[in-house]
Structures are given as C-alpha cells and as structure tokens.
Design a protein around this ligand. Structure first.
Ligand SMILES: [Zn+2]
Length: 431
C-alpha cells in the first residue's frame, strides 16, 4: 500500500490537493482541491447522487442552509452533548483530549487542569451585534437541515414511508486533534441520507443500508479486503443512536471510518416537535394513526471517500525496467477521461489535428490536451493521474485518419479511425 508521504506528494505535484493558505505557512488542517481534486470530488458526489437520488423513486434531494436557527442545535442535543472532555497544560497552554493524556503534559511535562467539556461546534454571530441573542453555529452535520424540513418535503412530494431525503454539503467541527491529511479536518463535506421508515421495520432497513453502502464503495473500485464493518459498543453510541456501524477503510494510518450507518430512531423528529411546538408526525393511511417515523442514516464523508479512492487506486509496477506509477481509478471517478497527445510537438499538422480531436471530444467528457513533453513522459503523467485512455496522433494519422488509443491499466493499444473515436471512447468509458 502507498504511504501517506508519497500520496500527499503526488496530490500536490499533480494538482489534486494543496495545503490551504500555503504561502502563509498553511492553515490548521484545511486543504484546497486543485484542478484534478475538484473533478474527483465532483465525480464522487455525482455518482452518489445518481445512485441514491436519480436512480431511485424512494429518495429525493435537499440543499439546506449552513446557518440555521440556534434552536435547532439545542433541540438536536448538540449544544449540550456535542462536546469533548479536554485538559489544558498550565505551563505551555496546549490543549489535549483528556482520554489521550496521562497526569502530565506530553509536550512539556507541565501540570494539567481538570478535564472540562468543550463544545466542538463553531460559533459565530449573525447581524451587526455580537451578543448572546445573535449567536449562530456553523452546522456540525447536514442531517438537521433534513429533519427540520421533513414536513415540507413530505407534503410537497406526497411521499409515503419508507422514503429518504438526501443531501450533500459542508459541515464544520472544531476538532482538537485533526490530522492524517484530508481525513480529519475542521471543514468537511458530507453526503448524508436520512431514510424514514415505519417503527418496527428500522432494524431490517438498517441491515439493508449497511449492505447497500458497503457494496457502493466496492462498485467504485475499493478492494474488498480494504473494507470492514465496525459495530459501535454501547458506551460509544451517540446520544441519538440505537445502533451505529462504521464502514472502515484500511488507510495507510490504520483502519478508520469512511461512513457511519446509524439508527437515529425517532429522536430527532420528537425533539424538534418538542422544541418547535409543531406536529412532526406522519399520518399512516393504513392504520389511520399519526406516527413518528424511525430514521436510518448512512452518513459518509466525501473528503474521506476521495482519500480512500486515491489510496486504493495507487499502484506501482515495473515496466521494461522502469517504475510505472498509476491510479487505477474507476472510469466514473477519474478526473480526466481522455488525454489527446501529439507524438511530435514540432509538427504543426500533427498538433493541429490533435487539437481538433480534443475540441470535438470535449463536449462529451473531460479531455486534457498535452504537448509539453515527449510521448513517454506524457503517458507517465496520465497514468499518474488515472486517465483511462490516451489518444495519440502521429505522422501516419495525417494519411490514414486513424489514431492510437492506449488503455491505462493494460497499456494495450488499438487504432480506430478518427471518425469512430468518440463512439468507441463513450462505449469504453461506460463499461
Ligand atoms: Zn505543556
């Protein structure tokens, strides 16, 4: 498996991920996605949305605001319970998670304060006055935007149980110990589904979504041996959860959570009914009763998924005595689908034909044209960013109107007529 230093270096060199505010020395575990990283992330979000919303009749989408009424976070329990026990060093003033240190400061051996609860929500002020009445929070999860809109969505779409509401968006947590590159950051992007079911059917729906989400990661290329499930023990369950199971990935820094599946019961709808005074129940036409649906929540991190897909796709092999580095990314996830490369960059007719081919392909998928190095080096660059197909235009192309198409993983080459190139690539990319 690739080590983190190698991956971080590739990400920077090829334009996947940069350190935030790098020219100022960087900023606390924040990261910027470069030209290839933004494509990878968009592709992950697109396939998630396609598989969960577009291809299903029982799930609809939502895009709620990041800033919400602070009462949402009182009702959800986050103001009271979304805390970490922390200790401060009296000498060097560093702050640690209480359960990660002993009696003395691990940095300077200074004396530590008593542990106290530290809320991990980011606080801000809305409007011109900075007082208690204007406090708002950056959402620590997208889920609450779904719960508070449950009635709006249900009545607008006339959905019957079971049905789900899906959302992709940023969330923020003031983590004390962020780290491992993009794995744990204070600002991150979530893909969350809240799937509302009849009470009593929640346990079987939990199993359904666990299986569904596990197979989703495999479908997009994560090797089975690098995935496993970890059941939360009773002492680590969140305050709202009846059962939680994490899908973990075998990262270079150890097995860590990729996505959590939680049975949130009817906790959130109950609490919002209580705190808002609104009726948050669902009318069950079959029984004529008003009920609080139970909720199964598959909640995944897009940054973590991107990191896992990169780690899993990274391969090194030896070809004719030379090291070849490639990302075997699934076609749907690869940032660039096709590279168009002129064999000789000092032959204007070849360059012109290659540019024309690239222009014709661009409306159909992401294409990169590159003539800044020799063909061997151009291939290596495309391998390293996971481009599935390279199209090479050579002298003969000017005569026979055909090009060489090279496949990333097998390096096999075929030579289709330019007239059939687009259809051929569309076919191959869809498979
Ligand atoms: Zn200290």
């Amino acid at each position: 498996m690739v080590d983190m230093d190698t991956l971080v270096s590739l990400c920077k060199r090829r334009g996947f991920i940069f350190q935030s505010s790098e020219i100022y020395g960087g900023f606390g575990s924040a990261w910027d996605y470069g030209p290839l990283g933004v494509e990878l992330k968009r592709n992950i979000k697109n396939v998630w949305w396609r598989d969960l919303v577009q291809n299903r009749e029982d799930i609809v989408g939502l895009d709620a605001s990041i800033l919400m009424s602070p009462r949402v976070w009182i009702a959800s329990g986050h103001v009271e319970k979304f805390t970490d026990p922390l200790v401060d060093c009296k000498s060097c003033k560093r702050r640690f998670k209480a359960d990660q240190v002993g009696d003395r400061c691990p940095e300077c051996d200074g004396e530590l304060t008593e542990a106290r609860q530290f809320n991990t929500m980011f606080k801000t002020f809305v409007g011109p006055v900075e007082d208690e009445a204007s406090v708002a929070y950056l959402r620590p999860e997208t889920a609450q935007g779904i719960f508070v809109n449950f009635l709006n969505v249900q009545s607008a779409t006339r959905r019957k149980l079971p049905f789900g509401i899906a959302q992709i968006g940023k969330a923020f947590r003031n983590e004390i110990t962020p780290g491992n590159f993009t794995f744990r950051t204070r600002e991150f992007e979530q893909m969350e589904l809240e799937y509302f079911v009849k009470p009593g059917t929640d346990e079987e729906w939990f199993d359904y979504w666990l299986e569904e989400r596990l197979s989703w990661y495999k479908r997009y290329g994560i090797r089975e041996g690098n995935l496993h499930l970890r059941e939360h023990g009773p002492e680590e369950l969140s305050h709202y959860s009846k059962r939680t199971c994490d899908i973990e990935y075998n990262f270079p820094f150890g097995w860590s959570e990729l996505e959590g599946i939680a049975n949130r019961t009817d906790f959130d709808l109950h609490r919002h009914a209580e705190f808002s005074g609104k009726d948050m129940t669902y009318f069950d036409e079959e029984t004529g009763e008003r009920i609080y649906p139970y909720v199964i929540e598959p909640s995944g991190g897009i940054d973590r998924a991107a990191l896992a897909f990169l780690v899993d796709a990274h391969h090194e092999e030896e070809v004719r005595g030379r090291k070849r580095v490639l990302l075997r990314l699934h076609h749907d996830l690869a940032p660039v689908k096709v590279a168009v490369l002129p064999l000789l960059r000092n032959r204007p007719e070849i360059v012109a034909l290659a540019k024309e081919i690239a222009r014709d392909l661009r409306p159909h998928f992401v294409v990169m044209y590159d003539d800044t190095a020799s063909i061997g080096r151009l291939y290596r660059r495309q391998d390293e960013i996971g481009t599935p197909y390279c199209v090479t235009v050579d002298v003969q192309s000017l005569e026979d109107r055909a090009v060489t198409v090279r496949e990333r993983d097998s390096m096999e080459q075929v030579r289709p007529p330019i007239a059939e190139l687009k259809e051929m690539l569309l076919d191959k990319l869809a498979s």
